[in-house]
Design a binder for this molecule. Structure first.
Ligand SMILES: Cc1ncc(COP(=O)(O)O)c(C=O)c1O
Length: 386
């Protein structure tokens, strides 16, 4: 018996949800794309919002010291990382923080590297800030992604890369990088003077016994050149409240980041974001523990169902609630595949090509929904791709 409700499907059209809005036009569509969850969050969060609403004044708030302490306590407890209080910077989102980092630590025309396939805003941010985008392809080995370290080093060296935006755990592949892999990533960055921006927004969603290591605990030296970004928003389904944090232990880098943040007027955080983050880190752990078992069940179910009844290849994630599906056995025609998923299966999935060219014939499926929804999605896939 679970303590929390992971079976009710909330009516997300009520809040104009990005994930669900197309269902307004076509009621038969089932959306399993944007990375938020079709679960109710835990009661303490709702209560905190109710109390806030009751108060009746919604002016500017500054962050309370107890919020900073809740982040520090969470990082210590979950990642065994003692964050320096001064190193902690609040910002409204991890994606905005990536923009700030790109602007603070590189100039127009300079090279910024990402692994592909990867979360689409990485490439967009680099390109829209007029930096040179270097893509280093992940390689698929034994059913999961690995980093081609020889190629990574070559790409960094040949392009004089200034910043590496790294996704850890990895979206869309769900890799929870091992400490050996992280050590190699950090060592290469150190060797070539690269600023390592480590997006760890999925840090609390390591599954199936895998353990996430935050980059700053892999080696003490790494703190000199890392910008660690994370948030409670993905973990606790509060992404709409817009709040995240950066940890930058190197004082010079921190100063440069803060100046750029101020230049962009991105230093103020929504009062609801502040409240939601502190509430999540203070009361959310029991809910998170149950959530992970629900996601694991959903992943196991879809892996089994799709492997048994179709030729869709499912990359089993080690973390995150996102599953990377490979439809290569069906067609070479990505647009036809996309139409089939949308028009025949009536599913909205993330198009693999938005993650980079490696995403051809791939789509990403979101597992954070009640079991019945996942069963329905799998059934539609099996019927369409029998
Ligand atoms: C890797 C990664 N980074 C960042 C974000 C979004 O961050 P934020 O909403 O804090 O800007 C997501 C959302 O899916 C993500 O997967």
């Amino acid at each position: 018996m679970r303590q929390y409700d992971f079976t009710t499907l909330p009516d997300r059209l009520k809040t104009n949800s990005v994930k669900w809005k197309e269902v307004q036009k076509d009621k038969d569509l089932l959306p399993l794309w944007v990375a938020d969850m079709d679960f109710l969050t835990f009661p303490e969060m709702t209560k905190a919002f109710e109390d806030f609403a009751q108060y009746g004044v919604y002016g500017y708030s500054s962050p309370k010291e107890s919020l900073f302490q809740s982040i520090i306590a969470w990082e210590k407890q979950e990642q065994d990382y003692l964050v320096e209080r001064d190193a902690l910077i609040l910002i409204e989102g991890v994606v905005p923080a990536i923009s700030v980092a790109v602007q603070a630590f590189s100039k127009e025309g300079e090279a910024v590297l990402i692994n592909t396939p990867v979360y689409p805003p990485f490439a967009r941010t680099v390109k829209m800030n007029k930096r040179k985008l270097i893509t280093n392809s992940l390689i698929e080995i034994n059913g999961h992604f690995e980093i081609d370290f020889a190629q990574l080093e070559k790409d960094i060296k040949e392009n004089a890369v200034k910043i590496f935006i790294f996704c850890s755990p990895h979206n869309p592949g769900g890799r929870v990088w091992s400490s050996e892999e992280l050590l190699k990533v950090g060592e290469i960055c150190r060797k070539y003077g690269v600023i390592l921006v480590s997006d760890e927004i999925h840090q609390d969603l390591a599954l199936f016994g895998h353990k996430h290591h935050t980059i700053n605990t892999v080696s003490d030296n790494f703190k000199d050149f890392t910008v660690l970004l994370s948030s409670a928003t993905k973990t606790f389904n509060i992404a709409g409240t817009k709040n995240s944090f950066a940890v930058i232990e190197n004082p010079e880098l921190r100063q440069a980041f803060k100046e750029r943040q101020l230049a962009n007027n991105q230093h103020e955080i929504s009062s609801l974001g502040l409240l939601a983050t502190e509430t999540a880190y203070t009361y959310g752990k029991p809910w998170l523990q149950e959530l992970k078992t629900v996601i694991e069940e959903n992943i196991n179910y879809s892996l089994e169902t799709l492997t048994k009844n179709s030729k869709i290849q499912v990359m089993k994630p080690e973390g995150t609630y996102l599953v990377w599906l490979d439809f290569s056995d069906y067609t070479d025609n990505h647009s036809a595949l996309s139409r089939k998923i949308r028009e025949e299966a009536k599913l909205i999935l993330n198009d693999g090509l938005s993650y980079g060219r490696e995403g051809k014939k791939h789509f990403r499926l979101n597992m954070a929904a009640p079991k019945e929804v996942i069963q329905e999605a799998c059934q539609r896939l099996v019927e369409t791709f029998a």
